[in-house]
Design a protein around this ligand. Structure first.
Ligand code: COA
Length: 344
């Protein structure tokens, strides 16, 4: 066996160092698709959508203006770098959580790195649907703590409008497009960083929320064979039940692992799936409204974009301060669910 120092394992980050979120950014398309607009396209109503979901409008990309998942990612990460007072060349890894990338080969992250000028940075995409940003944040933290990277750009982005069937009222009313980003990097303050995380998946529930690519998937999911391919399919009631129960379990599990109470957490930054789902968890745990930010009324469910969009909006509004405890929570297709608890 070679004893060359090149083959030595990378030393883990010493415990005298911490990991911090040095900057955040986000981007949503300008184009607004309101419930009133949907009323003109579908047999639905503003009243039905607001009552069942809390959504009033969502943003969607305008492909004619060249907007896409990739352009949202570039802007969101560019803004996060600006917020962190950093150059793209200082990034040594970019992770993009998305399930709507315009290509799988290459990964969206590679093109985003090139467009931002993050020369030499490693780059890959991570697919965990709506849980994607939380999974990517946990991954970034673990890689920094392992000593593999110093500075990681983490992006959550979905262009849901590209995978929606705008004749299917049971699904298309829920989703919008958005990207959010965070720059995660080493700091000499050991108090900062991830306290604990939870990540789970239950693949047996895949037919409740999936993007069919082949007729075989439709057959396996028990869906009608004339269902359009490439458009999101959802069993709304099953996903609702899953989300309500897993969301509560996730909060309990995270608090237990960290040996903390609800009262000690400053912000619960949650995936925006449905205002009623958020409200049920808030009531169950007695979380005050100001600790659980909700923006679903304006942006709908933007999948992997929703958690980092909320976080960036909270930071830009000055509501997040240094040293606070923030719990990120998400759940989605897979089925997947996960949390990330940070001391900022
Ligand atoms: N406008 C008007 N009526 C609609 C409608 C729409 N956009 N979508 C469905 N309906 C109708 C249904 O056809 C049904 O009519 P029927 O009673 O005549 O059969 C009725 O409304 C109730 O449908 P149902 O699907 O039972 O509604 P619901 O109360 O479960 O609400 C969701 C539907 C999608 C809002 C809800 O199930 C939900 O939010 N699920 C979770 C979705 C989610 O969060 N997904 C992402 C997870 S990351």
């Amino acid at each position: 066996m070679s004893t060359s120092s090149n083959n030595m394992p990378t030393p883990a980050l010493p415990s005298t160092f911490g990991v911090r979120i040095a900057g955040t950014g986000s981007c949503v398309p300008d184009r607004v698709l309101s419930n009133k607009d949907l009323e003109k396209m579908l047999d639905t109503s503003d009243e039905w959508i607001v009552q069942r979901t809390g959504i009033r409008e969502r943003r969607i990309c305008d492909p004619e203006k060249g907007e896409s998942n990739r352009t949202l990612c570039v802007k969101a990460l560019g803004r996060a770098l600006e917020d962190a007072h950093m150059q793209a060349s200082e990034l040594d890894l970019i992770i993009i959580a998305t399930c709507t990338g315009e290509s799988t080969v290459p990964a969206v992250a590679c093109r985003v790195a090139a467009e931002l000028g993050a020369e030499g940075a490693a780059a890959f995409d991570l697919v965990a649907a709506c849980s994607g940003f939380v999974f990517a944040l946990n991954t970034a933290h673990a890689l920094v703590r392992a000593g593999a990277f110093n500075t990681v750009g983490v992006v959550g982005c979905d262009q849901m409008s590209s995978i929606l069937d705008y004749t299917d009222r049971s699904v298309c009313i829920l989703f919008g497009d958005a990207a959010g980003a965070a720059v995660v990097r080493v700091t000499d303050d050991p108090a900062k960083g991830l306290i604990t995380q939870c990540m789970h998946a239950d693949g047996t529930g895949w037919p409740d929320l999936y993007l069919p690519r082949h007729a075989e998937q439709l057959i396996a999911a028990g869906a009608s064979e004339d269902t359009p391919l490439g458009k999101l399919k959802m069993n709304g009631r099953a996903v609702y039940k899953f989300a309500v129960s897993r969301f509560s379990e996730l909060i309990e599990e995270t608090l237990q692992k960290a040996n903390l109470t609800v009262e000690q957490i400053d912000h619960f930054v949650c995936h925006q799936s449905n205002a009623r789902i958020l409200e049920s968890a808030r009531e169950r745990f007695g979380i005050p409204e100001e600790k659980m930010y909700v923006n679903i009324d304006h942006y709908g469910n933007s999948s992997a974009g929703s958690v980092p969009l909320c976080f960036d909006q909270l930071r830009q509004a000055g509501k997040i301060t240094d040293g606070q405890l923030v719990m990120f929570l998400a759940f989605g297709a897979g089925l997947t669910w996960g949390s990330s608890l940070w001391r900022l």
